[in-house]
Design a protein around this ligand. Structure first.
Ligand code: ZN
Length: 307
């Protein structure tokens, strides 16, 4: 081991240029080496062919390098890709229900998985989850992952709490720099805080995003997002409780991808006893999932028809 360490420390220039050449070396390091091993052995060590490595295909290499989640469903890359984002995770539990201590991060993951199941049943939609385990992701990585994967639609799933225990039902939020009402603004402020742990902001400030906001691409994206929000609410109403003022606007960081239609679905309130019962039950999760799957199918059918 000592010899290897010394060899590693040797400067290249003092090694002879061809094997077998005896060369007088004056450096103090080399004298130590020469006294322990013949110089041609050192050359043999240096010129040994590199060991064979396992070959990994290019797309897998890319996915590993970018740490992207796996895509489920059909292999046809022309089919739309929906990225589902289960809110919170890891050290960030999200809302904690006063009725039974249910964590929002667990409800959101269960619902996201249920939506994936329903979407895969169509056989026409590819699906990925930003997280498929109890791990923490900063908000920009959530939409960042979806953008890298070239997602056609991004749906972030939440189930927060409200001060008023009577508040009940689902709400769909889409991006706007101007919040539609105080509650939407409060909700966005609370969700955006996910990145701030012990006073350290884990999200990177992204000046580009705010300047792009006024861009035409962003406007078009916001329009498509708003259309999908309406559709999602329409498809959800027969299956679950939906608030009266159910489409709201606010500046949620997680919705800021300039070129990817995105909505945040607050599926209900963990502060409400009936909502938490519904959202943590498998039957409730399936109802939410079917509503989303139905809206997604109509959304892509419409987009295809207008192309
Ligand atoms: Zn949340």
């Amino acid at each position: 081991m000592l010899l290897l360490a010394i060899i590693a420390a040797l400067p290249w220039t003092i090694l002879p240029s061809s094997p077998g050449t005896k060369q007088s070396i004056s450096s103090a390091n080399s004298i130590v080496v020469a006294s322990r091993a013949p110089i041609n052995k050192i050359i043999a060590f240096r010129s040994a062919p590199p060991k064979r490595r396992y070959e990994v295909s290019a797309p897998i290499k890319r996915a590993i390098a970018q740490n992207l989640p796996k895509i489920s469903g059909p292999k046809d890359m022309t089919l739309p890709l929906v990225v589902l984002d289960a809110g919170h995770g890891g050290h960030d539990p999200g809302a904690i229900s006063p009725h039974g201590g249910q964590y929002e991060k667990e409800v959101t993951l269960a619902i996201a998985r249920s939506i994936r199941t329903e979407l895969l049943k169509t056989g026409r939609i590819r699906v990925a989850l930003t997280r498929d385990s109890d791990k923490f992701l900063v908000l920009q990585d959530r939409y960042g992952i979806a953008r890298k994967m070239k997602a056609d639609l991004f749906i972030s799933i939440h189930a927060d709490s409200a001060e008023n225990p009577e508040a009940t039902g689902g709400t769909v939020y889409t991006l706007s720099e101007v919040a539609s009402d105080r509650e939407a603004q409060r909700m966005a402020a609370r969700e955006n805080k996910s990145d701030i742990i012990n006073g350290i902001n884990l999200g990177r400030a992204d000046a580009n995003v705010s300047s792009i906001l006024i861009d035409l691409t962003q406007r078009e994206t916001m329009n498509v997002s708003a259309d999908f929000a309406k559709l999602l609410l329409r498809e959800s109403r027969p299956n679950m409780r939906i608030r009266t003022n159910s489409h709201r606007f606010a500046s949620f960081i997680v919705l800021k991808a300039p070129d990817m239609p995105s909505v945040l679905f607050e599926t209900g309130y963990l502060s409400n006893e009936e909502d938490v019962e519904f959202l943590r039950s498998e039957a409730g999760q399936i109802k939410v999932a079917r509503s989303v799957a139905s809206a997604v199918q109509i959304h892509f059918a419409r987009r295809l028809a207008t192309k």
